[in-house]
Design a protein around this ligand. Structure first.
Ligand code: GLU
Length: 390
């Protein structure tokens, strides 16, 4: 991939490959697209995206839909012509509208042979380590099952302290949560311009740039710019956020025919905001940033081969000892029999539970713990090989 600068650069085939190679993709669609500018759910548009989502799933991709539109649809169903100012009325509208929204996705996806699941999140859920991990486990389980999670903010319960506030940001948080390869933000505009093209003849379309580029933020948020008014700043900031876990972002028009399929073939539609850090590097750096690990597990040679050579999850059956005192969600070291660090990862079990699970198969977990939880001690998506020594 070419080095990106703050200037607009021409997209290269290598950059396009980001999406053609993407396995796990988060797609976000905004209220104005979903509800046809507030005129009610746009069944044709939703069907159009669902058909593409189903084709992507059939192609072996894992797709998450983050969809807005609950409040707009709720207002329509309640015959409210203007958006209410009172928070409790907005929350009521969201509760009414979410019903229609999820029903529409469920029925359209089902018609294309794909299962769907409703997941409503708040910032409070993602800030709490335990709930964050639970959300991640649920989402990755759904993806493993070939189901498309349809996510929205849980508007009915949020207040200013716990809300994400906009679904561009929610899309980025979800991309980080599941360590997606790409975030596609579908909007009613074709992408990002350097200025308002209706007023400024020198305005240029931004085909590709570096996510997190300060120049982009000033462009997207600039006074009087069309893109600023169109909510582009939240998209640019979402791209920056998603880039922290290695996901690149594309901002493209949801009206474009087969937009998702074409993007996923690498067609250069819309604006591509490229993550500079590879997914693996971002995870590795995040794990490596943990200077003080709270504990470790020692694994046998068979488990070392599975984890280090075959890219498998770490299962308790391969664990011979547990050291230290750690909680579910802590970063722990994975050591071979000689005590060398082979990998690091997020523990699915606290040390006290892990001790009970050493050398045990998952069939015994429920009896040992009193509940059935994940079969892995560290899931492969939360595991980074460190191999500091052989
Ligand atoms: N969660 C809100 C809704 O479904 C939308 C938030 C947004 O569009 O950014 O109405």
């Amino acid at each position: 991939m070419s080095t990106l600068t703050s200037n607009v650069v021409v997209q290269t085939p290598e950059q396009c490959a980001v999406l053609s190679n993407a396995k796990r993709i988060v797609v976000k669609v905004g209220s104005s697209l979903v509800t046809n500018e507030g005129r009610g759910l746009d069944a044709n548009a939703i069907e159009h995206w669902c058909r593409q989502l189903a084709a992507l799933v059939a192609d072996g991709r894992e797709v998450i839909m983050v969809s807005s539109g609950a409040i707009a649809e709720g207002m329509k169903r309640l015959n409210w012509a203007t958006r209410p100012k009172q928070v409790h009325e907005l929350q009521a509208a969201a509760a009414v509208g979410q019903m229609g929204l999820i029903h529409m996705y469920e029925s359209k996806l089902r018609a294309f042979g794909v299962g769907s699941a409703q997941v409503l999140l708040t910032h409070g859920d993602l800030a709490d380590r335990e709930r964050y991990l639970n959300a991640r486990t649920t989402l990755t389980t759904l993806l493993d099952l070939g189901v498309v999670p349809v996510i929205n903010e849980n508007d009915t319960v949020v207040n200013d302290e716990i809300k994400v506030g906009d679904n561009d940001t929610l899309g980025a948080l979800v991309a980080n949560l599941v360590v997606a390869d790409a975030l596609i933000i579908l909007t009613d505009q074709v992408g990002l311009y350097t200025a308002d093209p209706r007023r400024d003849p020198t305005a240029q379309f931004v085909h590709v740039a570096r996510a997190g580029d300060a120049h982009l933020e000033s462009m997207a948020g600039g006074a009087g710019s069309l893109i600023g008014k169109g909510g582009m700043i939240t998209k640019v900031l979402a791209a920056k956020r998603a880039a922290s876990s290695g996901a690149s972002t594309v901002i493209a028009s949801g009206h474009e025919s087969d937009v998702l399929l074409r993007l996923c073939k690498g067609e250069p539609l819309g604006t591509w905001l490229m993550a500079q850090t590879g997914k693996h590097q971002a995870r590795k750096r995040w794990m490596s940033d943990h200077l003080q690990l709270r504990g470790s597990v020692v694994i046998d040679d068979g488990a070392v081969a599975k984890v280090a050579k075959e890219g498998k999850s770490l299962l308790p059956i391969g664990m011979t000892a547990v050291q230290g005192d750690f909680s579910r969600g802590d970063v722990i070291a994975v050591l071979n029999a000689r005590g060398d660090e082979v990998a690091r990862g997020l523990a699915n079990y606290a040390s006290s539970e892990a001790r009970l699970l050493c050398k045990k198969s998952s069939a015994q977990f429920e009896q040992l713990l009193g509940y059935a939880a994940e079969p892995e001690m560290v899931h492969r998506t939360n595991l980074v090989l460190t191999l500091t020594s052989s």
